[in-house]
Design a protein around this ligand. Structure first.
Ligand code: COA
Length: 153
């Protein structure tokens, strides 16, 4: 892996973030997020920058005083498998601890990646904040095949 930095996103990163997400959305690996939504939530995002290029992105969304969620985690196609996803999740874990969250969750098609980072697979019904606050509005609610993973901080 080349030299890289994990840092909070800025407005100037939004187009790059959108590009990375769209590629993975088209492959069916992430649920869609619109460009206006990304601008609105840019303060939640962190990016990995390598050689002046944004190569990965991910967001920390806060649900309650206890619980946060990793959202829109994606590594640019050609940089997958080089440790950037791990670096980003480690940053999101550190940020979650820094602001005092006790639990961090994700809904994912790649639970094994999260297991490597100390998350465990859980029944999504133990996360009512997410299920009742967000999932019920999702078109995939009744046939969701994402897996819930959770890390206690
Ligand atoms: C999943 C994703 C974020 C992983 O990022 P990455 O940079 O490729 O992964 P890393 O190189 O940091 O891998 C870290 C560890 O997870 C493992 N891993 C990564 N992707 C994996 C996968 N698809 N299946 C199983 N294990 C995986 C790696 O082997 C590595 O294991 P190690 O601890 O033994 O070294 C990236 O592949 C991606 O963007 N995928 C498409 C979008 C997506 O699924 N996002 C997650 C939504 S929550």
């Amino acid at each position: 892996m080349n030299r890289y930095a994990v840092r909070a996103a800025t407005i100037d990163d939004v187009v790059s973030i959108d590009g990375i997400l769209q590629t993975q959305i088209e492959k069916g690996k992430l649920l869609p997020r619109t460009l206006p939504e990304l601008f609105e939530n840019v303060r939640d995002f962190f990016v990995v920058e390598s050689k002046n290029e944004v190569v990965a992105c991910g967001a920390l969304q806060i649900f309650t005083s206890e619980l946060g969620e990793i959202r829109s985690l994606a590594v640019s196609n050609k940089y997958e498998g080089q440790g950037f996803g791990r670096a980003l999740v480690e940053k999101l874990i550190a940020e979650s601890r820094k602001i005092g969250l006790h639990k961090l969750m994700a809904l994912t098609y790649v639970p094994v990646f999260f297991h490597r980072l100390g998350f465990e697979t859980v029944d999504r019904d133990i996360l009512p904040e997410k299920v009742w606050g967000v999932c019920v509005y999702c078109p995939h609610y009744h046939n969701c095949n994402e897996i819930a993973v959770l890390k206690r901080l």
